[in-house]
Design a protein around this ligand. Structure first.
Ligand code: TYD
Length: 210
């Protein structure tokens, strides 16, 4: 079976951690080779950049923040994502370029066109085969962020910021529905699990009736 590049994204507090476990279970049950990774991060350089980018003490301009996200991404692609796909191993990334469009674009106001230039330069034509976009109402997101022990530099933003981030994600998904599965994760755990399993079945052509 062909290896796929799958990304999981959404506003902070949308439940990525829980759903990553659902995805892990699905791959284990199918006995398909898969590599789980994350952004920013995924390589020693990327993890060092992540620490800087998430640290509330870091002072960084919007343009620099965006360049650092793409610098981490390029290393991630070269060292981890592309080699895995070439070996026939699917890749599941906890966040990818949609997060840049949502946070640096929607949240902070960087024009999409500027992000697209970097996307094309860093990724060429590579886009995820599937992006699972977890969506929750803003109030749910804020409540979950409030509960986190230490807020990172993004989690310290105000409610309006997350409203814009969420809208940017939903706008992107609506513009390219063939690549996105928008999953309302503010529902019963078993229902969300079933929906994500169904999406993965569809992408990998798993026939449950067979
Ligand atoms: P997150 O994935 O939420 O990690 P955790 O689950 O450990 O809190 O943290 C990553 C943060 O980085 C998140 O707030 C979104 C932000 N981010 C961007 O702003 N732009 C990007 O391109 C990426 C990949 C992440």
């Amino acid at each position: 079976m062909l290896a796929k590049f799958i990304t999981l994204d959404g506003i902070d507090g949308a439940g990525k951690t829980t759903q990553l476990n659902v995805i892990r279970d699905w791959f284990a049950a199918q006995a398909l080779p898969v590599l789980f990774t994350r952004e920013p991060g995924g390589t020693p350089l990327g993890e060092a950049l992540r620490a800087l980018l998430l640290n509330p003490a870091t002072q960084v301009s919007l343009h620099t923040e965006t360049l650092l996200m793409f610098a981490a991404r390029r290393q991630h692609l070269e060292d981890v994502i592309l080699p895995a796909l070439a070996r026939g191993v699917s890749v599941v990334s906890d966040r990818f370029t949609d997060a840049t469009f949502a946070y640096q674009g929607g949240g902070r106001g960087l024009p999409d066109g500027q992000i697209e230039i970097l996307e094309n330069w860093v990724q060429g034509s590579l886009k995820p085969d599937l992006t699972i976009l977890l969506d929750v109402p803003l109030a749910v997101s804020l409540q979950r962020i409030e509960r986190s022990r230490e807020k990172d530099r993004f989690e310290q933003e105000e409610a309006d910021f997350f409203t814009r981030v969420r809208e940017a994600y939903l706008r992107r998904a609506a513009a390219a529905p063939e690549r996105y599965a928008v999953v309302d994760s503010n529902r019963d755990k078993a229902v969300v699990r079933g929906e994500i399993e169904g999406v993965l079945d569809g992408v990998f052509g798993v026939d449950k009736a067979a």
